[in-house]
Design a binder for this molecule. Structure first.
Ligand code: G
Ligand code: G
Ligand code: MN
Ligand code: NA
Length: 254
């Protein structure tokens, strides 16, 4: 297809860039970490959002090469920020089920960290809840290897799959990123808040942190602060932004 051809050119011509979205402490707005989000800057089509090309990249296997590029770009950026003297916070990258199925994630990421002289403690990996449940044994070994590199593990889109918190604890996941559908319910209904509260208290009891995704209103933020949610991410704080803007935010710390 045309899109597939374009995607192959994008890999060759390095048309991918990462944008970064901050995660802050809901108590004081302090910058704690950030998520790297892939963007495709096509010379004619402009900015193509990931929703329009990740599915094709996955079905064609191109996600394996693109995923490697993402790891390299994220580590290169951390190294660049470091040399500028910006106060660093961890950067999380998204890794899809298809990438984990190949079994190359730990060695690819270890290579990217080494190439750029970046410690594993500055990189985190997000894996969707559904991806983790599909092939537990194979993924378990890879997650253990990532952990050995000092990399923290986040469950992305938590609440949309069928995992139990005890399974996730067994997999030694560090952080639950609660899907934005649940954040959207905060303040609308009592059940929405109660649901979130139950997740936070169980996650904390099991030693996991909680990130709320898709925080868009002051009311959601206030509720999340009250529930003891560890980090918030969403348009209320900032949209995903280019590395240059992110550097300014890092220097301000807010
Ligand atoms: O940035 P945006 O909201 O448009 O991202 C849409 C989806 O694409 C999100 O679910 C996100 O997890 C996914 N995505 C963004 N960047 C990457 C990436 O680098 N690799 C993979 N596998 N998925 C990504
Ligand atoms: O699935 P994942 O969590 O990786 O998705 C991240 C995506 O969510 C990014 O593409 C980002 O643009 C989008 N996003 C981030 N903050 C918000 C928000 O507050 N509201 C909505 N609707 N989308 C958001
Ligand atoms: Mn994510
Ligand atoms: Na998510």
């Amino acid at each position: 297809s045309r899109l597939k051809q374009n995607l192959m050119e994008a890999i060759e011509d390095d048309q991918f860039v990462l944008h970064y979205q901050p995660r802050v402490d809901p108590r004081d707005g302090r910058l704690l970490s950030m998520e790297a989000l892939l963007r495709w800057q096509h010379p004619a089509l402009g900015m193509v959002p990931p929703g329009e090309f990740i599915p094709l990249a996955e079905s064609t296997g191109m996600i394996l090469r693109i995923g490697e590029l993402v790891m390299d770009k994220a580590c290169a950026q951390v190294a660049a920020w470091r040399s500028e003297g910006a106060p660093l916070v961890p950067v999380s990258i998204n890794v899809s089920a298809r990438q984990f199925q190949r079994g190359l994630v730990p060695q690819q990421l270890a290579a990217a960290l080494a190439r750029h002289g970046v410690p594993g403690s500055l990189v985190e990996v997000e894996i969707t809840e559904s991806a983790m449940m599909s092939d537990q044994d194979a993924i378990l070994a890879e997650l253990a290897e990532l952990r050995a590199l000092g990399i923290k593990l986040h469950v992305d889109d938590f609440g949309t799959g069928y995992s139990s918190l005890s399974q996730l604890q067994r997999l030694r996941m560090d952080v639950l990123k609660v899907d934005r559908a649940f954040t959207a319910e905060l303040g609308k209904s009592n059940e929405g808040t109660v649901f979130f509260q139950a997740i936070v208290s169980m996650a904390h009891a099991l030693g996991m942190g909680v990130v709320a995704e898709g925080v868009e209103t002051m009311e959601q933020l206030a509720i999340l602060r009250g529930l003891g949610c560890n980090e918030v991410q969403g348009f209320l704080v900032a949209r995903p932004m280019p590395a240059r803007e992110m550097a300014q935010m890092m220097k301000r710390r807010y």
